[in-house]
Design a binder for this molecule. Sequence first.
Ligand code: DPP
Ligand code: ZN
Length: 870
Amino acid sequence: RRVIRLSEYAPYPFRVDSLALAFDLDPAKTRVQATLRLTRTGTAADLELDGEDMTLVSVALDGETLPADRYTAGDGKLVVRGVPDAFTLDVVTEFAPAENTKLEGLYVSDGMFCTQCEAQGFRRITYFPDRPDVMTRYTVTLRADKAAYPVLLSNGNRIEQGDLDGGRHFAVWEDPFNKPSYLFALVAGDLERVQDGFRTRSGRDIELNIWVEHGNGPRCTFAMESLKKAMKWDEDVYGLEYDLDLFNVVAVSAFNMGAMENKSLNIFNAKAILADPDTATDAEYEYVESVVAHEYFHNWTGNRITCRDWFQLSLKEGLTVFRDQQFSADMRSAPVERINQVRSLRGRQFPEDGGPLAHPVRPDSYIEINNFYTATVYDKGAEVIRMMHRLLGAEAYRKGIDLYVERHDGTAATCDDFAAAMADAGGRDLSQFKLWYSQAGTPQLRVTETYEDGVYALTIRQHTDPTPGQPDKRPLHIPLEVGFLDRTGQPLPVRLEGEDTAADSRVLELREAEQTFRFTGLAEKPVPSLNRGFTAPVRLVETPHTDADRALLMAHDPDTFARWEAGQQYAVDLLLKMVAARAAGSNEGPDTAAFVEALGSSAADESLDAAFRAQVLTLPSDDFLAEQMAVIDIDGIHAAREALRRDIARAHGALFRRLRDTHRAAAGPFAPTAEGAGHRALANAALSYLGLDAANAKLALEQYRAADNMTDAMAALRVLNDLDVPERAEALDHFHDRFKGDPLVLDKWFSLQAMSQRPDTLARLKDLMGHPAFSMRNPNRVRALIGVFANANPVRFHAEDGAGYAFLVDRVLELNSLNPQIGARLLQPMGRWRRMEAARKALMTRELDRVLATPDLAPDVYEIASKARA
Ligand code: DPP
Ligand code: ZN
């Protein structure tokens, strides 16, 4: 198992001038002829190509079949010895797509052929320099049975098609743009087409198609609208226009990722395309909108400008996530979007950054690149771009993008190239800032204050804990937005000592381990509002805030995000105190009354957005609380969170009844708008509190029965799911019978049961693995049942007898041969063992050792298991 290092990067010693691929598609035996035109650009005597899991049929150089002693094939490589300076190589390979359960390369999903080549799937199709800095022009011929596969698609434009003997037909596709192999795609199947069009700002008409299983056409309307909005937004905000006349999107049911940005032929997990009121929740509509936009945005940030090597993955992913976040903020409520991003960052990325799998946004080594499609590369990567946006300002940032495109269009670039374009356009020195790319770990800030003689001073210390391979950390360049409030909640001016201008808010730039900022012009000591808008992905582990300050900020901070954040921090403090009291065996917890009252005031405030109020009512997650504890008290955290929820429910029963009724009415008949979603979110947040009382099971069941949309139905089911009442089985059975023909919807039914707090959850899960709709071969099913259990049900997953761990590891070992990429991902929660108490530590490490002792571990699983165990 080889470790690949960034420091060992070397350019490929040949240029590929063109590539022609011809496929004879057959599920049991597909034949691929690849014709590469190559020119030597370096000094290598031999040609080395990547290739795996195929039968090599023949190799010919300049038309002459090569004798076996001129080449060797094995160990993932084809080496052709002593090649000339310029030549043509013909390689013929064969393999069985129907047996490809890894879902990398060419495979069969529900009877259709499709591909997934990022990161290294192309080498499972033919021998090729399968690395992103080798770009070339592709011409692709597809031949297949016409009745079974009437639709034949690949990248670019279709230049020819026709019939062949024996009921077969063919199509030839040509992509005029150079691209790396990971952006290659083909699809062959019997599909329904949903067609539309978009006129670009320069007046070109683009044909847009979404291809789905027959019958699913009506479920594509929302995805198509999202695509057109994304195309328009990218023109308006980034000045980037689509570059071909055709854009195809295909939905497939078996897919490892959310979606893939193959040039002009995006392939999507059906989950990220299909949406209608009966089957998709508001959150899923929003997911579809953002993934469609994300993949479309990759056409420039990823495809036109790609990555030099896979260490630069965040160059395209961090940037494209930031772009899709900006898009969602423009389409919906910006503060609510920001709250959701921060919740997800804290729930997934902070734990990753604080655990054994911590790695920088630009990693410096890997064993299996598939393991680096992480929250750090994606979401922290997006935060890095967001901080540059903040440091430069919107206008200079846009100039930086223009410069980046001007310099690097058509090439494979690096994160340094991107930062250089931003630095040059903004006239800023970003050398210290670039540590965000190379240094892992979440910085912790400690903030203290003094107020003397009218001068208010904030002293901010920054510290980052060691992470694997990085014992010593340097201070980062951190933009931290602050504002001040007086005791009545009115804004106070922020004026740095020695400066003339005052503002309502100000971005402080931290660069040192400890820094003091002095402010003048304040007649009283202000209440500081810190990290407004979450300008920096840091943890504020110490602030001067009292409970009263937090209540004040919750009620009055002009920054909406900061109001939510004050409530979260207030809740975190209380919950941690409750956990400590419980652990000490004390019946005397902290007094929650003031918090509960402040929360009720925000929830009742009709001047605030309904979606925002729903966010206020959602307490910090178990995972986020766990991150604050040196030794994680799984049961204590859960008990404290439930106890606080009960306190809130008891105090505000009448309010919650009113909110549920009025906002259900305000939502009106279902439409997938942000506004409607906000009303539903608030009504359902209220329902979740009411549902803590089993006496309200009937109310939930009524809502389930009456719902005209999946959001309200699921909210009712979630309430019933944790209760021991007859209404639970009634609703779950009804749901099952209604949707049993639609595995994608049935996933919600699987997930509900995997999430349930009931003590029989694991036993039930084992039964469900035998359900006719369940299959270990479909990643959506695996994630819905097993992923949800391991990631969203801490109490049952971490059961004291270790049965949850053993169950997970059994599934990982099954996936080790079936689909190691998914197996490796499932294993990640086991990396938390170091922070658990002795008994669970022992159980978790025993299970990790069981993985490591298994013969024939795939590199994906080996890398996660060994790093998690280290
Ligand atoms: N398809 C994945 C994404 O868009 C990987 N590129 O993020
Ligand atoms: Zn992406």
